[in-house]
Design a protein around this ligand. Structure first.
Ligand SMILES: Cc1cc2nc3c(=O)[nH]c(=O)nc-3n(C[C@H](O)[C@H](O)[C@H](O)COP(=O)(O)O)c2cc1C
Length: 253
């Protein structure tokens, strides 16, 4: 298991080779063994193999080519639809149309997605997450006929790797761990934590390519801008509302 974890790298190019159904089922089953809030399993996975649907997903995912190339695409959803229906059919009154329930279900879905990813990697498959799923959640809901009380929160592509880009860097452990209590970062801590990342060859070439002074500016000015973040926040909040998870007022009780 640790070998699989320590060898993780995102795969963005795939062989034109399908994933066998028995194997895929085992991987999906491994997903369902993840911890889940109250053992409610308030998530669902939408497996897309069909080329025509994948083409629509590719458009939604900013035309990232791996969506077309990889044989399997999985959308992980925060899902209270099934659980609510069960409650109603069993004379129980569900109170899961609020933001906390959305977040609970989103946590469940994300734990499943990571179990599925590791299980796939343990079998020699590659995966890559698609952050575009939350940017384009409304469109993906239409494409996949997702009903009320369900919100897509993660997506991965999966298949046999065509290339190995090697491991990417990580911050040193002391940069992300606090013992006993949170000890806030001093200026020199920030310098030390980011030193290796900032002095890598990759950073040097990115700075040149993007004509920027610092790596942080590539994140703030190019990759994840405030303008985009505000725009997609509004879109996503609308989706969460439309899907029925924003009844948070006292009078909603
Ligand atoms: C939630 C999430 C969304 C991501 N979205 C994308 C994406 O849309 N396109 C992409 O090429 N990689 C995406 N990635 C992959 C990250 O870029 C990658 O995990 C990170 O650069 C670290 O590299 P590694 O996974 O190879 O270790 C995403 C990863 C996560 C966790």
């Amino acid at each position: 298991m640790l070998e699989t974890i320590f060898n993780h790298r995102s795969v963005r190019k795939y062989k034109n080779k399908p994933v066998d159904n028995v194997l895929l089922n085992e991987i999906l089953k491994a997903g369902t063994r993840a911890s889940t809030t109250g053992n409610m399993q308030v998530y669902s996975m939408i497996v897309t193999i069909d080329k025509i649907i994948k083409e629509k997903l590719w458009e939604a995912h900013f035309k990232q080519s791996m969506v077309l190339e990889a044989p399997v695409h999985i959308t992980f959803c925060a899902d209270f639809n099934r659980f609510n229906k069960w409650c109603i059919q069993r004379k129980a009154n569900p109170g899961y149309d609020n933001f906390l329930s959305f977040f609970t279900a989103a946590i469940d879905a994300l734990l499943v997605s990571q179990n599925v990813s590791l299980a796939a990697e343990a079998h020699g498959l590659g995966i890559c997450y698609l952050g575009t799923v939350t940017y384009m959640a409304g469109k993906i809901i239409d494409i996949l006929s997702i009903p009320q009380n369900v919100v897509p929160v993660a997506a991965i592509v999966m298949g046999y790797p065509e290339e190995d880009q090697g491991l990417t860097d990580r911050l040193p452990l002391e940069g992300v761990i606090h013992y006993e209590k949170y000890s806030d970062y001093k200026k020199e801590d920030i310098d030390n934590i980011y030193l290796e990342k900032e002095s890598s060859e990759l950073t040097a070439s990115l700075l040149k390519e993007n004509n920027k002074e610092t790596l942080a500016q590539i994140f703030t000015d190019n990759r994840y801008t405030k303008k985009d973040n505000v725009y997609f926040s509004k879109q996503f909040l609308n989706v969460i509302d439309k899907q029925g998870f924003m009844n948070n007022k006292e009078e909603d009780i």
